[in-house]
Design a protein around this ligand. Structure first.
Ligand code: AMP
Ligand code: MG
Length: 497
């Protein structure tokens, strides 16, 4: 280890560890240990992720777990490291970045990598302190689990531990560590790193590793026969298309779609200034630091393609011919619209596809955008309307969302005609399982954060429970499913985390 660990070591968590990423060798990472934090305490834990990892129930009561996941205790069998990557940030080549505050402990028997985020400085911290604040850690933890609950590809989060150690951002806040989990945290930026340095042997080692472990079909796929790297680019393009279509359908804005925040597995990762839309404003910019609106909600699909293009460029030395790379990227252009249309069709409860559906989907989104109607509440009320038999009386709560009633009535006529011949009960049930009642709205996160700063973590726990099953009714929690308060508009979420 390059950085010696000055704390206790031993067993914790009782997991079987290995670290295949470490087998890639020195150019890919620096071995080092987390930096301890004083006065560790639990903030929140996910039982679901604990089960996924195969943790025994006692893990949550164990001080050894708490200390280990705060970076205060070295876990025997782990091989902690920080990996190096580069990337394009806001459309500009940023050069070397890397895990500046995340440390990979290793991989568990379940084939999942476990990272501590906020666990101290690494050789890739640049000007940063290697820490994460409680505020952003709560947002990442809840967002990971909320996205999973919504069925959207994402990294997961096992827990947050907190510390009273001060961390300087715009104001002085306190430190926290998120334990996050994914099959791999490899990013587009890992490939860009080795390609930009013309380290093509390392680039090939990385690509072969990713293919062997995560995309085995690419080794022998007939699409680009004999070119596993073109196959890989195509497969990543498809997975990215699936992910972004899911974002658009649920109204999720990532906020910082830099190439170093793009997972090679098509998972949503690196939750920072993200936001779930309140009112439907297609041009919404959730990141207060994004002055140009590069990552506005409606720009996400094109940005994802731009990022894939960077990945294609990085893989070009392995793929060989530019035409093949371009052809591999084409899959994004085919898969994204098809996926989005499927998802929107489900949101509308259209049980079978028809050619004219595209028109109805566009009309619906135009209607929502014209008054910036609350995106989640609209879909949930529409689901209820259909489930209740699509009668005129059942339409009242949906109609109430609109000021221009004539515009709504015209749309409803078109919609009703389309669903007339369907089994309303079946369509309604499917809509209620597609259109969530609960999303992680900025103001809900903010309220939980304010209480957590006073060491009351119950708001975080309640949100976790609701967001774990966002399609359930959760009687008694209507406030969390309601409209955002006026002050929600004044919340400014920036890259500061
Ligand atoms: P992000 O866009 O937040 O995912 O981070 C971009 C880069 O900055 C990554 O290399 C991060 O590891 C690094 N970074 C962000 N915040 C910090 C911090 N507080 N200390 C060290 N590195 C950081
Ligand atoms: Mg990042």
């Amino acid at each position: 280890m390059n950085k010696a660990f000055d704390g206790p070591t031993g067993t914790a968590l009782n997991l079987a560890w290995h670290n295949e990423f470490a087998g890639l060798g020195e150019p890919f990472y620096t071995r080092l240990a987390p930096t301890p934090l004083p006065s560790a305490y639990w903030v929140a834990r996910s039982d679901k992720v604990a089960r996924l990892l195969g943790l025994e129930p006692a893990w949550a009561d164990s001080d050894a777990s708490l200390q280990a996941l705060t970076g205060n205790r070295f876990i025997d069998g782990t091989d902690p490291l920080a990996s190096v990557y580069s990337g394009h940030q806001f459309g500009v080549w940023a050069g070397q970045l890397g895990d500046g505050r995340a440390i990979l402990l290793g991989e568990t028997g379940a084939g999942l990598e476990v990272q501590l985020k906020g666990s101290g400085a690494t050789p890739y911290s640049r000007m940063g302190d290697g820490r994460a604040v409680l505020r952003s850690s709560i947002r990442e933890f809840l967002a990971s689990e909320a996205m999973y609950g919504l069925g959207i590809p994402t990294s997961r989060a096992l827990c947050i531990t907190g510390s009273d150690a001060p961390v300087r951002r715009e104001t002085v806040e306190t430190a926290a560590v998120v334990t996050r989990v994914a099959p791999s945290f490899i990013r587009f930026g890992h490939f860009e790193h080795f390609s930009s340095r013309e380290q093509y042997d390392d680039l090939r080692t990385l690509a072969d590793y990713v293919i062997r472990r995560y995309y085995p079909a690419c080794a022998s796929s007939e699409k680009f026969a004999g070119n596993p790297y073109a196959n890989l680019l195509e497969a990543v393009s498809e997975r990215t298309a699936v992910m972004v279509a899911a974002w658009q359908a649920v109204g999720f804005c990532h906020g910082v779609m830099n190439t170093d925040n793009m997972s090679i597995l098509g998972l949503t990762i690196d939750y920072g200034p993200f936001q779930f839309l309140d009112g439907f404003d297609p041009a919404h910019i959730c990141n207060h630091s994004d002055n140009q609106g590069r990552y506005a909600y409606n720009k996400q699909p094109n940005v994802a393609y731009w990022n894939l293009f960077c990945l294609g460029q990085a893989l070009l030395p392995l793929i060989g011919e530019q035409e093949l790379a371009i052809a591999a990227l084409e899959s994004y252009k085919a898969v994204f619209p098809a996926q989005l249309e499927d998802r929107m069709r489900s949101k509308l409860g259209l049980l079978e596809a028809r050619d004219e559906d595209r028109q109805l989907i566009d009309a619906t989104l135009r209607l929502l955008a014209s008054e910036q109607v609350d995106y989640t509440i609209f879909w949930r009320r529409l689901s209820r309307y259909v489930a209740d038999g699509a009668t005129p009386a059942a339409a009242v709560p949906v109609r109430d969302l609109f000021i221009d009633r004539a515009a709504f009535d015209a749309w409803l006529l078109q919609y009703s005609q389309r669903i007339e011949a369907q089994d309303a009960a079946a369509a309604g049930l499917s809509m209620l399982a597609t259109n969530p009642k609960f999303i992680l709205r900025n103001h809900l996160g903010e309220e939980a954060i304010q209480r957590a700063k006073l060491k009351d973590f119950s708001g975080v726990h309640t949100l976790l429970r609701l967001l774990d099953n966002p399609f359930d009714e959760h009687a008694g929690f209507e406030a969390q499913a309601g409209f955002p308060p006026d002050w929600a508009r004044s919340i400014e979420i920036s890259c500061s985390s």
